[in-house]
Design a protein around this ligand. Structure first.
Ligand SMILES: C[S@@+](CC[C@H](N)C(=O)[O-])C[C@H]1O[C@@H](n2cnc3c(N)ncnc32)[C@H](O)[C@@H]1O
Length: 477
C-alpha cells in the first residue's frame, strides 16, 4: 500500500512557504521558460482572473474546469506561470471553501455584510494563507480593502476556534464537506476520516497510461525523457507513469501519436480487472473511452469490443481517441437511455459477452481531488437517484454476460450505497453470479497491496489514487 500522504492540520494557517516539489519529477525548462517561470507574478492580473473564474463557479454554477478554461482563454496576456497560479488558487479555494468561510466568519467582524467581490478577495487570500503562503506576502499582494488585512492576522485565532469545536461540528468544516457527505465519510473511514478528507483535498497527480498496443511504459518513459519530460512509474499499475503536473500533455508529440492517455492509476486498476480476452467484450458505459482503449490493448486489438453509451458527444470523442491510439477492434454504439428501444438496441448481444464492464455513472466522490466543486452540487437525493440508476444498469447489462463470463461493476465513488450495496442487491436477485476476489485476478503481490476484502476499494489516502470501487461477478456455466 502506498504510504499515506503527509497529514496537514486543518485550518492552521502557516507562516511558512509550502514545498512545491511534487515527487513525480520535473519537466526540464528551456532558458526562456525558466526566465518566465521565475518572473514575479503580476498579482493584480492573477487576482482579477481568479475572481472571474471563481465567480463563474460559485455564483453562476459553472463547472470549475469549464470556468477556468473560459476565463483563461480570454486572458491571452497572462504568462503560463500566471495561468497556472490562477488555476491552482481557484482549485485550492474550492477544495477548502467551507473551512475558508468558517475562518472568515470568525476573523472578520462584518464578513457577511461586505460586498461579494470583497468577500471573494478575502476568500482567495485566506485560502493562500491556509495553503502555506506567508501571511505578509499574501496581505501585500491581495489588493485587500482597507481594514481587511486585519482579518488575515486574526486567522490563527479563528483556526483555534475551529479546533475547539466538538468533533461532529468540526469535521465537516475542517474537511470542507457538506454535512451529509461528512457523515458518510465518518461512517466509512472512522478514525481515518480526517486523513481521508485531507487527501481528497490535495492536488491530484497527473497520471498517464502507456498504450501497450504501441510500447510498454519503460519505452514511454524514455520517449518522454527525450521530450524533456521526467516521469515516475506508478506504484500499483504496471502501465502507469506520473508526470510533472505543470505540463500540457495534449501538446506532446507522443500524446498526439497515441503513445499515452491521461488516466488515473485507480482507473487503470479497474480496467485491469476486466482482464479482457480477444473475443467479445462489452464496455457498457464507455463514455469518452478511457477504459475502452485500455481494454482494446488487453485484447491486443483483436476480437470485438462493443463500446456503448447514451452520450453522443462522448462517443465521438471515443472514436477520435481510438483512431489516435491505433485501436481498431472497437464498435462504438450510441444507445437510447430508456424505454423499450434499449432492449431492441442490445438484443444481438444478449448472452454473448465474455466480459461486460459497467463503469456506472455515480456521485464522483472519489474524484473530488480533480473536481473540488462537485461536492457542493451533490445532494442526498442525487445519491438515491444514482443508486437507483446503478441497480437498473447492472440489471440491464448483466443480460449480455454469457454463462461462465464475468460482469465487472465499477464506480469512481467511495460511498457504500453506490458500491457494496448495489452489488449486494444484485447478488440477492441473481444467485447465478458469485464474487471473484480481486486479489485472485491481479496476482498475490499486487493483490496484497490493494488491501483486504473481495472488492477493489481505492482512495487517495490509502493508495494515492482517485477513489474507485470495483466488483468482479462471475456467471455460473
Ligand atoms: C463513469 S462514466 C464512464 C467513464 C468511462 N468508462 C471511462 O473510463 O472514461 C459513466 C458513463 O455512463 C454513461 N451512461 C449513463 N446512463 C447510461 C445508460 N443508460 N446506458 C449506457 N451508458 C450510460 C454516461 O453517459 C457516462 O459516459
Amino acid at each position: 500500500m502506498a504510504p499515506p500522504s503527509k497529514s496537514r492540520r486543518f485550518a492552521r494557517p502557516s507562516t511558512k512557504k509550502k514545498s512545491s516539489s511534487p515527487s513525480s519529477g520535473k519537466k526540464k525548462l528551456t532558458a526562456a521558460e525558466r526566465e518566465r517561470s521565475t518572473r514575479p507574478l503580476r498579482e493584480d492580473l492573477v487576482l482579477q482572473a481568479c475572481l472571474e473564474a471563481y465567480a463563474l463557479v460559485r455564483h453562476e454554477g459553472r463547472l470549475s474546469d469549464r470556468a477556468l478554461d473560459f476565463t483563461l482563454r480570454r486572458k491571452a496576456n497572462l504568462y503560463s506561470s500566471e495561468r497556472r497560479a490562477v488555476a491552482e488558487r481557484v482549485y485550492a479555494l474550492l477544495r477548502r471553501q467551507r473551512t475558508v468561510d468558517f475562518l472568515l466568519s470568525r476573523a472578520h467582524p462584518r464578513f457577511d455584510s461586505v460586498d461579494a467581490t470583497r468577500q471573494d478577495v478575502l476568500r482567495l487570500a485566506t485560502s493562500r494563507v491556509l495553503h502555506g503562503e506567508p501571511l505578509a506576502d499574501v496581505a501585500r499582494t491581495s489588493s485587500l480593502a482597507p481594514g481587511d488585512a486585519q482579518a488575515l492576522s486574526a486567522l490563527p485565532q479563528a483556526a483555534a476556534a475551529l479546533e475547539a469545536l466538538p468533533e461532529k461540528k468540526r469535521f465537516p468544516i475542517a474537511a470542507s464537506l457538506p454535512d451529509f457527505l461528512a457523515e458518510r465519510f465518518l461512517a466509512l473511514y472512522g478514525k481515518d476520516a480526517a486523513r481521508a478528507a485531507e487527501a481528497m483535498n490535495e492536488r491530484a497527480p497527473l497520471t498517464v497510461r502507456a498504450n501497450l498496443l504501441k510500447e510498454d511504459r519503460d519505452a514511454l518513459a524514455k520517449r518522454l525523457a527525450a521530450a524533456e519530460v521526467e516521469s515516475k512509474p506508478t506504484a500499483l499499475s504496471p502501465m502507469g507513469l506520473h508526470l510533472e503536473t505543470r505540463l500540457n500533455v495534449f501538446a506532446l508529440e507522443c500524446f498526439r501519436e497515441g503513445f499515452l492517455e491521461i488516466q488515473d492509476e485507480g482507473s487503470q486498476l479497474l480496467g485491469m480487472l476486466v482482464d479482457a480476452p480477444p473475443t467479445r467484450v462489452v464496455d457498457a458505459c464507455a463514455g469518452a473511452g478511457g477504459k475502452t482503449l485500455q481494454l482494446a490493448a488487453q485484447m491486443k486489438n483483436r476480437g470485438d469490443l462493443h463500446a456503448l453509451d447514451i452520450d453522443e458527444r462522448r462517443m465521438e470523442d471515443l472514436k477520435k481517441r481510438a483512431r489516435r491510439a491505433g485501436v481498431h477492434n472497437v464498435r462504438a454504439q450510441l444507445i437510447p437511455a430508456e424505454g423499450p428501444e434499449v432492449d431492441t438496441a442490445l438484443e444481438a448481444l444478449v448472452g454473448k459477452a465474455d466480459r461486460v464492464l459497467v463503469d456506472a455513472p455515480c456521485s464522483g466522490t472519489g474524484t473530488f481531488r480533480r473536481k473540488p466543486d462537485a461536492r457542493y452540487r451533490l445532494t442526498p437525493e442525487d445519491l438515491e437517484t444514482h443508486a437507483a440508476r446503478q441497480k437498473a444498469l447492472l440489471e440491464r447489462f448483466s443480460r449480455m454476460v454469457k454463462p461462465g463470463g464475468r460482469l465487472i461493476y465499477g464506480t469512481c465513488s467511495v460511498l457504500r450505497e453506490e458500491n457494496e450495496a448495489i452489488v449486494e442487491d444484485f447478488l440477492a436477485r441473481h444467485p447465478e453470479y458469485s464474487v471473484r476476489p480481486v486479489a485472485e485476478l491481479l496476482g498475490a503481490e499486487l493483490g496484497a497491496k490493494l488491501g483486504p476484502g473481495p472488492f477493489l476499494r481505492l482512495a487517495p489516502h490509502t493508495h494515492g489514487t482517485d477513489g474507485f470501487f470495483a466488483a468482479v461477478l462471475v456467471r455460473a456455466k
